[in-house]
Design a protein around this ligand. Structure first.
Ligand SMILES: Cc1cc2nc3c(=O)[nH]c(=O)nc-3n(C[C@H](O)[C@H](O)[C@H](O)COP(=O)(O)OP(=O)(O)OC[C@H]3O[C@@H](n4cnc5c(N)ncnc54)[C@H](O)[C@@H]3O)c2cc1C
Length: 173
């Protein structure tokens, strides 16, 4: 069954605006399913716009990896949360995506994934990246979510105010 954003007045239709949410947020929340049982975790992420994928790192074991092995299909969400306005509207921009999660083996892709991740999350990425040794990277678990589809939605009737808030977030990047 196929669904669309029901509130057309709230849908983010500009693909660049949708991508900006994934480029600007610090983490995504990802839902898994195994044997009809749902599970979700938040993961700090880096969005690779060219490959339309998300990189993350994690411990080499745990419940999410058990779920991943059973079923690699995931559903995720990223939120830019601007809080409540004086008019009691809740202001947000959010993205939903679905795709396939994979853990990386290839060292050069791990290096690339980590660079995307650290550049999105850190204020001084190059300093941090310079300290990463190949031996350490080999032992680090890094995953990728290949995005197959995504939709965007915003929760604000006041477009000018939303644009101001967004610009202030993007200016920090
Ligand atoms: C903003 C944010 C960013 C994060 N970034 C990362 C990241 O980049 N990489 C990463 O690996 N993890 C990250 N985490 C933690 C992540 O959400 C999981 O807690 C963690 O990955 C462990 O997952 P697991 O399935 O291996 O846990 P396990 O310890 O195997 O889970 C076992 C049980 O513990 C409970 N549990 C697990 N995690 C939580 C939790 N966070 N809160 C409450 N109960 C919990 C659940 O009930 C679960 O059934 C982040 C969390 C937040 C809030």
């Amino acid at each position: 069954m196929s669904f669309h954003v029901r509130r057309k007045d709230r849908e983010i239709v500009d693909p660049e605006e949708v991508r900006q949410v994934l480029k600007t947020t610090q983490y995504v929340t990802v839902a898994f399913c195994m044997n009809n049982e749902p599970y979700l975790v938040s993961l700090s992420h880096g969005y690779d716009e060219l490959k339309n994928c998300i990189y993350f790192h994690c411990a080499p074991e745990g419940k999410k990896l058990v779920y991943l092995k059973a079923n690699s299909r995931v559903w995720g969400q990223a939120v830019l949360d601007f809080g409540v306005t004086d008019e009691c509207d809740y202001v947000y921009s959010s993205v939903h995506f679905c795709g396939k999660m994979t853990l990386l083996d290839d060292l050069s892709e791990k290096q690339h994934g980590l660079e995307v991740l650290v550049r999105q999350l850190s204020l001084d990425p190059e300093k941090k990246l310079a300290n990463i040794k190949p031996e350490k990277l080999q032992k680090t678990t890094i995953g990728r979510i290949d995005i197959e589809n995504m939709t965007g939605k915003k929760g604000s009737p006041n477009k000018e105010r939303l644009l101001d808030l967004k610009n202030s977030v993007f200016r920090r990047k």
